[in-house]
Design a binder for this molecule. Structure first.
Ligand code: ADP
Ligand code: MG
Length: 253
């Protein structure tokens, strides 16, 4: 889609876990070239929404379209192939392996299990290709000085950026990030925001889940606010910030 056109359309999506309605008929869009933040208190249904979009969970009802194609019945692997890359709320790394290996393996793994088997199945040319792509994405996110460092030795902010490099290896059109700024220092948050702006300038669209209002206020083009599984507001950051329902959700506790 051209800049500004709907890339991801989430339409009346619902997810129930037994009697609990974690996502209650939620609709929103991410337009091409936009950074959209999905915000809301803990337990609002943000991660569940992410897992529905990425095919980790199956919606109870509703539809999800990406680039005009219905994706809600596809597997995670199929969704990644169509151009949705993601990171997880908790960093998943192999601490004693290098950043390069982590990015390459993570990129190859794509949510399947059996890390070693899957790498062992590669022939030399495929492995070289994978390493080449991983190194390119590590440079793109600005982690080249740490390419051969053990991933476990990186600061949390660098680990999060490493995860983004991993997601970039599948050449996504849309990047989904689950709480990328959680636990980061001020300086690290700034570096992360700079990276996301740079990716946006390259044409990337981003949907990020975030608890930290300050972080998204200066970064996101649009906000979608959830509480108790329901979308309670959406709009420009300055509109949403002053919305009484949003103020109540955040301060009313
Ligand atoms: P958020 O990411 O906004 O903090 P979640 O999407 O993780 O919220 O959770 C929304 C609600 O769904 C919570 O009440 C949570 O306990 C529940 N929930 C999430 N995943 C599961 C699951 N796999 N099984 C049962 N309940 C779940
Ligand atoms: Mg969450």
């Amino acid at each position: 889609p051209a800049a500004g056109e709907a890339l991801l359309v989430v339409d009346g999506v619902r997810k129930q876990f037994g009697g609990l309605v974690a996502v209650n008929d939620v609709s929103f869009e991410v337009n091409a070239g936009q950074i959209v933040a999905l915000i809301g208190p803990n337990g609002a249904g943000k991660s569940t929404t992410f897992n529905l979009v990425t095919g980790v969970l199956q919606a109870t009802r509703g539809r999800i379209h990406f680039r005009g194609e219905r994706i809600d019945a596809l597997s995670s692997r199929e969704i990644v192939k169509r151009g949705i890359g993601r990171t997880f709320q908790h960093v998943k790394l192999l601490p004693s392996m290098t950043v390069l290996e982590n990015v390459a393996i993570g990129a190859h793994l794509r949510g399947s299990n059996g890390v070693w088997r899957s790498v062992a199945r590669l022939n030399a040319a495929e492995e070289a290709r994978l390493m080449f792509d991983a190194a390119e994405q590590i440079r793109r996110v600005g982690l080249e000085q740490h390419m051969y460092d053990e991933a476990g030795s990186l600061a949390l902010g660098q680990q999060r950026i490493m995860e983004i490099a991993r997601a970039l290896c599948c050449d996504p059109t849309l990047l989904l990030l689950d709480e990328p700024a959680a636990g980061l220092r001020y300086r690290e948050k700034q570096q992360l925001a700079d990276l996301l702006r740079k990716l946006q300038a390259d044409g990337m669209s981003v949907l990020l889940v975030e608890h930290d209002m300050d972080f998204v206020m200066n970064l996101a083009d649009r906000l979608v606010v959830m509480e108790f599984g329901t979308r309670i507001a959406q709009g420009l950051p300055e509109e949403v910030q002053n919305d009484p329902a949003v103020v109540e959700a955040y301060l009313g506790g």
